[in-house]
Design a protein around this ligand. Structure first.
Ligand code: AMP
Ligand code: MN
Ligand code: MN
Ligand code: MN
Length: 272
């Protein structure tokens, strides 16, 4: 079967509902998917219902944001207990922190003569989690920038006028939280350099996997990560990190053959 273990819906910064994603998955022949929205579990119940309806296998997943002093680190938690009390408390804090941060970003943009009514943040349909791509979309809507990339390069990324750093959680703490919820923790989309830098600490915290199968990752870089993963006893996962149709990549164009993620699937089965 074909798998894609990293997809975003409109419960965070993707454009499509779980229902639309499952319907596209069926159309494109994906047999195993994970919708892994940012810092929320609200997409999991609707996704489980769609899995029942369509026969596509759904692996519950969340993409957690964390940071070290100098970089953002994303961690995927798979097959976790999405009703875990500590998890829900943590996500509630993150949600509040994200709303505060979004208002701070709008204020910094206003100082650059980019005026977006803060009320816009309350009227984003279907979305519970506010992240920078949504602010970038508002900047496009109000015609201050032409593309998402331009919004990030000029205003939203580190070193630009409206960047607001946010200390959410330490990556090791997130690995611990995923473990507490009975989930499998996976480092999302690292470069080889990021993997080498982060792996020792994260492995001490209990990291179980790393994402290597993904679009736009070169052969030699993915080999380096896979070798490092093998040396550390980590399983390999992967996915498209698809948010919406831009340019060439449509949902289902990128996929992983089930055999390549067999050790991950077996680890998940053993955990049950
Ligand atoms: P946030 O959760 O607010 O920190 O925003 C992070 C999200 O922004 C990531 O999950 C990506 O989807 C998106 N992102 C980061 N950098 C860029 C970029 N240069 N262009 C477009 N989207 C980006
Ligand atoms: Mn995203
Ligand atoms: Mn990510
Ligand atoms: Mn992602």
């Amino acid at each position: 079967m074909r798998a894609d273990l990293h997809i975003h819906s409109n419960y965070s910064d993707g454009s499509f509902s779980p229902e639309e994603i499952f319907s596209r998955a069926v159309g494109k022949g994906l047999g195993i998917i994970s919708i892994t929205d940012h810092d929320t579990v609200d997409h999991i119940q609707p996704s489980l219902e769609q899995a029942d309806k369509t026969g596509v296998v759904y692996i519950p997943g969340v993409e957690f944001s964390a940071s070290t002093v100098d970089r953002d680190v994303h961690l995927l938690g798979y097959a976790l207990d999405h009703l875990h009390h500590g998890l829900l408390e943590y996500l509630d804090l993150v949600r509040k922190r994200r709303v505060e941060r979004a208002h701070q970003i709008l204020e910094l943009l206003r100082r650059q003569d980019i005026v977006i009514p803060p009320g816009e943040l309350d009227s984003l349909p279907g979305r519970r989690i506010i992240s920078r791509p949504l602010i970038a979309q508002l900047m496009i809507k109000y015609k201050y920038v032409g593309t998402l990339e331009e919004a990030f390069v000029r205003y939203l990324r580190p070193g630009t006028p409206a960047y607001v750093p946010y200390k959410l959680a330490d990556p090791g703490e997130v690995v611990g939280l995923i473990t507490d919820c009975g989930g499998i923790s996976v480092l999302a989309h690292p470069s080889a350099e990021e993997f080498e830098t982060l792996a020792p600490g994260l492995c001490r915290a209990g990291l179980q996997g790393v994402e290597v199968f993904r679009p736009r990752l070169g052969e030699s870089e993915s080999r380096l990560i896979a070798d490092g993963a093998q040396a550390r006893g980590l399983v390999l996962t992967g996915g498209s990190d698809w948010h919406f149709d831009t340019g060439a990549l449509k949902l289902g164009d990128f996929f992983i053959e089930e055999e390549r993620i067999r050790p991950f699937l077996e680890l998940m089965e053993r955990g049950r």
